[in-house]
Design a protein around this ligand. Sequence first.
Ligand code: UDX
Ligand code: UDX
Ligand code: ADP
Length: 466
Amino acid sequence: SPIAVKKICCIGAGYVGGPTMAMIAKQCPHIQVTVVDINQQRIDEWNSEELPIYEPGLHEIVSECRGKNLTFTTDVDETIRDADMVFISVNTPTKTFGVGAGRAANLEFVEKCARKIAEVSIGHKIVVEKSTLPVRTAEAVKTILSNSTTGASFDVLSNPEFLAEGTAVEDLISPDRVLIGGENETAINALVEVYANWVPRERLLTTNLWSSELSKLTANAFLAQRVSSINAISALCEATGADVDEVSTAIGTDSRIGPKFLKASVGFGGSCFQKDILNLVYLCEYFGLPEVAQYWEQVVTMNDHQKQRFVNRMVRTMFNTVSDKRIAIWGFAFKKDTNDIRESAAIYVCRDLLMEKAKLAIYDPQVKPEQMRAALESVMQDENGELNAMKRELLDNNVQYCDNGAAAADDAHAIAVLTEWDEFKDCDFEAIRDSMKQPAFVFDGRNLLKHADLCDKGFTYFGIGF
Ligand code: UDX
Ligand code: UDX
Ligand code: ADP
């Protein structure tokens, strides 16, 4: 008979664990869902009115379920011990040291979770990998769990999350599919029954463990590859007079290609794409497939090139110097409707403009100045984690954080649109133009604004790929 899950523990209260567990709690009133984290501040924020992550619609769900069947706590041991099912949803950043540095995933946090589960569990538990992990991590988790000395028994499942930030709630309510990889049918069915509370059964795909793990890396690699492919074409468009948005539309009507995810941009960001591709590259090399590794690595190379190309075009257009020029940076998040800046193209564009001695006036509707400052500081440090005097001075004196787009643009030589926030479309561009130095340049890294309209209003406008 199927195991009816009554208590779920999720380790890791981040961008994945938080929203996913809130959705399970909302859709399964009969299941007690507890999210644990070692970061007290994060847990306090989840318990407050200002959640640690911004996602449209999330606050409503958390408010509805918190205090009923959704709990956030730092009581890791006790919560694991009480649960029938434990999700591992901790961060798996790219390794910054040792073997595989810059490529392989750092599994330290996952391993610590597995050891903790082995140490405190009693009875039977289903352990679910939610974090994106290299293929065969489940195997390592299983081995650690099998060395538990408490007499507990375990099943391990892989259940990668496909939600995109900014649309997490929508994606969780109606996922294209839910993927569950595992070996034991009873354990797989237990998780199937959780999702079946709101996801149609035909969208619940079950596979073996390794197919599930590899599918997640592959999905992200394909998505990132589409962005790098259209960005590569954008460079050719700029050189030839074709318009990349027209090319996207034209190729997207081919049902084999499809219209989504073909928006040329200043470069993809986010915590997943680069990390997962580098992880795939590392796996290919490890398994003796260097040509396959190089093929995928090129997706990241192209993305880095796109960010550099954007800055180069700005500098070249602005008479080969941006030194001492005020430049408004519109948007810092890696995409709209999130406060997440991990790997955001904005970080690298801002760094490179600062190194050209530009004066940046940055505005993002959801990102806090201290987050931006920390990100810029971290990409400007040397390998010892130190900032030289010149860079510190640039960070201290050449960066201003503004309260809105118009304030950032005031007296600026240029606006660089780096995140496609809706509010940027509705600005009073005539007033903005009048407040700027002339010629008033706009470099639209998202092709967000209306090209013809801005030209009519007297801006010198550049987008991506035309
Ligand atoms: C292609 C384009 O599809 C068509 O739009 C264009 O006008 C001409 O080039 P064609 O070369 O006739 O058409 O055949 P296509 O079906 O695209 O297949 C090309 C090759 O890719 C074949 O060798 C096919 O076997 C291979 N292929 C295709 C795969 O290996 N896997 C696939 O999933 C699809
Ligand atoms: C991605 C995957 O979409 C999701 O399935 C997976 O679970 C996690 O990684 P996320 O990183 O949150 O989600 O956002 P996504 O919408 O995929 O965008 C990633 C980056 O690509 C953003 O910087 C976005 O601006 C950029 N992008 C996306 C483009 O530049 N052009 C596009 O057409 C689409
Ligand atoms: P993701 O985007 O994958 O959700 P985040 O970094 O947003 O990643 O969240 C991961 C969370 O996991 C962090 O809040 C971190 O404190 C937490 N975490 C990491 N290791 C552990 C651990 N051993 N026990 C509990 N929580 C952990």
